[in-house]
Design a protein around this ligand. Structure first.
Ligand code: NI
Length: 170
C-alpha cells in the first residue's frame, strides 16, 4: 500500500466504543475539509471491503456516510428517508462488529434525500441490498446499531462474543 493511500485510512471504531451510540450533528459547512473527509471514508471502507461506512465509525459525530455497491458510489450528507416500501429480511454485518452477522428486517425499497459534498440535494432510490446499506449507514448517524433490531437473547449472545474478541472483562 502506498503512503498516499495509507494516509487516507481512518481507524474504525469497534463496538462497544461509546461513540457508536451517539447522535451525530447536521453538516452545515461544505468545504474542502468535508470533501477530503468523504474521500477518506471511501478509502477506509474499501480497504476493509465494506459496502458502507458512517462518520461516527471513525469517531466523527457528523451526519456523513458513504455507500458503494454494485458499481455505484453514494455520498450521504444529512440524509433523510422520504419514502419506503415493502419488507426484506437478510443477513447484515458492520465494520464496527468484525465477523458478526445477524438477520435484520428492513424495508425492501427506499427513496432518500441527501446532500453531496457541495451541499446540493440528491435523491437516490435503493432496492434490496442497496436499501439495506442506505438504512444501516443512516442508523449510525443517530447512534442506532444493527444489533438494536435483534431480540435481547441474540443481542446478548453477540455482546458476549464481541467482549471475547476484544479481551474485555466478562
Ligand atoms: Ni455499520
Amino acid at each position: 500500500m502506498s503512503n498516499e493511500i495509507k494516509d487516507n485510512i481512518l481507524e474504525i471504531r469497534k463496538y462497544p466504543d461509546p461513540v457508536l451510540k451517539k447522535v451525530s450533528e447536521e453538516v452545515t459547512v461544505f468545504d474542502d475539509e468535508l470533501s477530503d473527509f468523504v474521500k477518506k471514508l471511501f478509502a477506509s471502507m474499501r480497504v476493509h471491503d465494506g459496502v458502507g461506512l458512517a462518520a461516527p465509525q471513525v469517531g466523527v459525530l457528523k451526519k456523513i456516510a458513504v455507500v458503494e455497491y454494485d458499481g455505484k458510489s453514494y455520498v450521504l450528507i444529512n440524509p433523510k428517508v422520504i419514502d419506503q416500501k415493502g419488507i426484506q429480511e437478510s443477513e447484515e454485518g458492520c465494520l464496527s462488529f468484525p465477523g458478526i452477522y445477524a438477520n435484520v428486517m428492513r424495508p425492501q425499497w427506499v427513496k432518500i434525500e441527501a446532500q453531496d459534498v457541495n451541499g446540493n440535494i440528491q435523491v437516490f432510490e435503493g432496492e434490496g441490498y442497496t436499501a439495506r446499506a442506505f438504512l444501516h449507514e443512516m442508523d449510525h448517524l443517530t447512534g442506532k446499531l444493527f444489533i438494536d433490531y435483534l431480540s435481547n437473547l441474540k443481542r446478548n449472545a453477540i455482546k458476549k462474543k464481541v467482549s471475547k474478541h476484544t479481551g474485555g472483562h466478562f
